[in-house]
Design a protein around this ligand. Structure first.
Ligand code: GLU
Length: 278
């Protein structure tokens, strides 16, 4: 009898553990689609929290940057007011998982469209085209191209395309991959590595904030098409988000948002790219 009771309790405990583990694995994402959430007036959007000019969580808890403006504009076109948006930090290596698990409705986070990622998520856009570059300490004179990185210590972020590019194509470079770009910046400042590499537009934001400590060097040497990451297979959502991006280009909001955010890092708004309705 006692054994039976213990067994029953044990099974109950296991069942509870399984429920808890499943809830954690899904991270609270419900089964509703992004468009269902939008109908309820609420969206959870993945952005970066530590990329000035693009996606930044300010000290007062507000959010700013070009990606934040794109995220808000698209939400508006889906019928969601800024007050209905919850921003969720989406580090580079976690973006696909956050979308797949339904923890975010979409991601606007300097997110390059590529085939490997398209196996797991879909993309609307592109809404901007960046290119890989380098950030070095202001007094550095010997880094300017990927070839000049031979033997150097370079920091980038896990799961990012620039880290993958260095790892694959520039084997003589010592790559340090961290979870966030902020950690890379600390190491660059402290002299732990010689350069940080990622997209030029991200690095320009860090240089602008560094009051002369860092500079961006070299010509961009990759093409990073920034897309809005979406749940794979939700064609209706993708069409609507693509419509919103095109409307943002057409009504002048895109240029205005760019000038007000990235413009501060000395960037001129280029012509908007062509949306790819693949
Ligand atoms: N655009 C690149 C990527 O999606 C680098 C920027 C980032 O890590 O967010 O991986």
């Amino acid at each position: 009898m006692r054994i039976n009771r213990a067994l029953r309790l044990g099974v109950g405990a296991i069942a509870l553990t399984v429920v808890a583990a499943t809830a954690t694995a899904c991270g609270g994402g419900d089964s509703k689609s992004a468009l269902d959430h939008a109908k309820d007036g609420k969206l959870t959007i993945g952005i970066k929290f530590d990329q000035p000019g693009l996606g930044l969580r300010n000290k007062d808890g507000s959010y700013s940057g070009f990606d934040v403006e794109v995220a808000k504009y698209v939400a508006g076109k889906l019928g969601v007011k800024p007050e209905g948006i919850t921003f969720k930090e989406s580090p580079s290596a976690q973006r696909e998982t956050l979308i797949e698990n339904g923890q975010v409705d979409y991601v606007v986070a300097s997110y390059s469209i590529n085939d490997a990622r398209k196996q797991k998520v879909d993309f609307a856009g592109p809404y901007y085209v960046a290119g890989q570059s380098f950030l070095v300490r202001a007094d550095n004179t010997d880094i300017g191209s990927p070839e000049s990185l031979k033997g150097k210590k370079v920091c980038s972020v896990k799961g990012s395309t620039p880290a993958q590019n260095i790892d694959k194509n520039f084997k003589d470079t010592q790559l340090q991959a961290n979870d966030t770009y902020s950690l890379c910046l600390e190491g660059l400042r402290a002299g732990s590595w010689d350069a940080v590499t990622t997209d030029d537009i991200i690095l320009a934001g860090y240089a602008a904030q560094s009051t002369g400590a860092f500079k961006v060097v070299g010509k961009p040497f990759t093409t990073e098409n920034y897309g809005i990451g979406l749940k794979k297979g939700d064609k209706e959502l993708r069409d609507k988000v693509n419509d919103a991006i095109e409307a943002m280009f057409a009504d002048g909001s895109w240029k205005k948002a760019f000038d007000a955010s990235v413009g501060g890092s000395g960037y001129q708004a280029p012509a908007p790219p062509k949306v790819d309705r693949y």
